[in-house]
Design a protein around this ligand. Sequence first.
Ligand code: SF4
Length: 324
Amino acid sequence: MTPRLGDNNPSITYTKYETPSAFRKAGAFLPRDLIKKEVYEYRLSPYMGCSKRCRYCFELHNEFIHEDEVKIKTNTVSVLKSNIPSLDKTKAILLDGYDCEAAEQRERLIRSALEVIVEYGIPLLIQTKSDLVLRDLDLLEELNDSGVFVNVSFSLTSLNQDHARIFEPYTCSPFDRLEAMKKISDAGVQTGIILMPVLPFISDADEELDLLFSRAAENGCKYVVPEPLRVTSSGKQRDMCFGVLRKYFPALVKRYEELYPARRFGPKFGSGPRDTAYLSGLLKRIDEVSRRYGLPTVFPGIPKPRPEKRKPVSRRQCTLDRFV
Ligand code: SF4
C-alpha cells in the first residue's frame, strides 16, 4: 500500500550503539555547492541511516547498517560535550537527523545537542526534509538572536504531491516543508531550499520549476541550490531508481539508461546525467527562473563571525503539541 505522505516508515528497525566520535565527514547526499565551498567543518549526525528511504537515496550503500536499520548514537550529546570546547568557533556544524523523526521524538538527541551548541555559540547549518525542526525553533532563534550564524535548508524534489508520494513517501508533504520554512524565516533565521534531486523529464518541466521558485519566494526562501539526480552505475541505488521508473514511468526507462549508463564499476555516490546538452539546457532554465524570482542558485555562504557581538538571550520553551 502506498503510505500517506509523512507516515512513519514501519519497516525500520532501530538499534542503539555508542559512537567513538561526535563528528563525521561530508555524506553522500549533499549538494556539491556546499561541499565545494566548505561552508561547514563539522557534521553532527545523531543517527546513522535514515528512516525515510527516499527512492533515489544512497543510504542503501551504507555498509555500516543493515538494509532497514537506523542506528541511534546514544552517546551523541556526551561526546559532543567533550569535543565542543576545542572546536574552532568560526567554523559551522552541519546538524542532520531530523529525518529520523520517530527516533528523535523519543530520544531528543538533536534537541539536547542543540542546547550544547547554543551554549557554546557555534555557527549552525541544518539540512532536512522534516518539519520536526519546528519543535526546536526556540533554540535556533536563541542562537541566531545572540549573533551566531544559523541556517536551515529544506531539501525538496518537487511540489508535485504525486511525485513526492512515489519518490519520498515517508517525508512530510513539500507544502508542509514550505510552511515550516516560512515560520523559521519569520523568526529571522536564514532559510533556503536544496532542490535535490532534480529528476530529468519528471520534475524539471518549466511550469514545475516556476511553481517551486514562486512558492519558495513567498515562503521566506533566500536561495534554491539545484542538483540533478545522480545514479550509480550498478548496485542497490540504481536498482531502486530503475525499479520506480519501470513501475511509474516506463516510457522514460530507455532515456534514463542513456543518461545513466550501466557499468560494472563507478563512483559510489553515482554520476549526474551524461548529456551535456540536457544539463546545460536545464541549468539555463533554472537560471532564468531563479532570476525571475530573485533567488540565487548558490548557497550564500557564512558571514564572518563576530563573537564579540554575541549577547545572551532569555530562553523560552517552544511547545508545539504535535512534536512533544
Ligand atoms: S531524507 Fe531521503 S534523501 Fe535524505 S537521507 Fe533520508 S532517505 Fe536519503
